[in-house]
Design a protein around this ligand. Structure first.
Ligand code: ADP
Length: 198
């Protein structure tokens, strides 16, 4: 049984690669999806967040107002760490549970799409890491187009992450996603064959 991490930078192509893997029938566990799930009403992390930050951070429909919570933690390191100490363990627990379920179902390889794999020091979660890499100008252009960001908005998001060049150095395999989607798919297939995953 084998767990492979997919990471990269914002807008480098992780979701694109994850979708290719899903199309081939692999399970891909998405850290961002789990991070949203664990703060849904009546989840344990949701209740803990309200205890810590008060009902003021709720929307009228009872969901957490992510923008407001984001503002509160943005300039307050202690609060940010507190929030992370509630959310991160819940996300990890869910991801491990989903992985165990996939293995119990007879799957041999499970993928985990973890955007902040290196930033959050989660490499022990996976046996191998695939980094989806793009050149800085391609990353900037795709991010501006996808999210309708100004150049400054896009640059500040890219800057808040570790440099993609570092992640590339630490990777077990690098997928160069500067070219076409088909070229990316061919590289992915090649890596999976080398790793005896398909
Ligand atoms: P991530 O999940 O890493 O944030 P995405 O997979 O969403 O990145 O890709 C970022 C944007 O770039 C998306 O709009 C996606 O459709 C586009 N994109 C990804 N790979 C390619 C490619 N090889 N060629 C052109 N556009 C791409």
């Amino acid at each position: 049984m084998n767990t492979i991490g997919i990471t990269g930078g914002i807008s480098s192509g992780k979701s694109t690669v994850s979708q290719m893997l899903r199309d081939w029938g692999f399970t891909v566990i998405d850290a961002d999806v789990q991070a949203k799930k664990v703060v849904e009403p009546n989840e344990q992390a949701y209740n803990e967040i309200i205890q810590e930050f008060g009902k003021e951070i709720l929307l009228p429909n009872g969901h957490i107002n992510r923008a407001k919570l984001g503002e509160i933690i943005f300039n307050d390191q202690a609060k940010r760490e507190k929030l992370n100490s509630i959310v991160h363990p819940a996300v990890r627990k869910n991801m491990l549970r989903l992985k165990e379920e996939a293995f119990a179902n007879g799957e041999k390889t499970v993928f985990m799409d973890i955007p902040l794999l290196y930033e959050s020091k989660l490499t022990h979660f996976v046996e191998k890491v695939m980094v989806v890499y793009v050149e800085p100008e391609v990353q900037l252009r795709r991010l501006m187009e996808r999210n309708h960001f100004t150049e400054e908005e896009a640059r500040s998001r890219i800057r808040s992450q570790l440099p993609l060049d570092d992640k590339k150095k630490w990777a077990d395999a690098v997928i160069d996603n500067n070219g076409s989607v088909d070229e990316t798919k061919a590289q992915l297939e090649q890596i999976l064959k080398e790793w005896n995953v398909m």
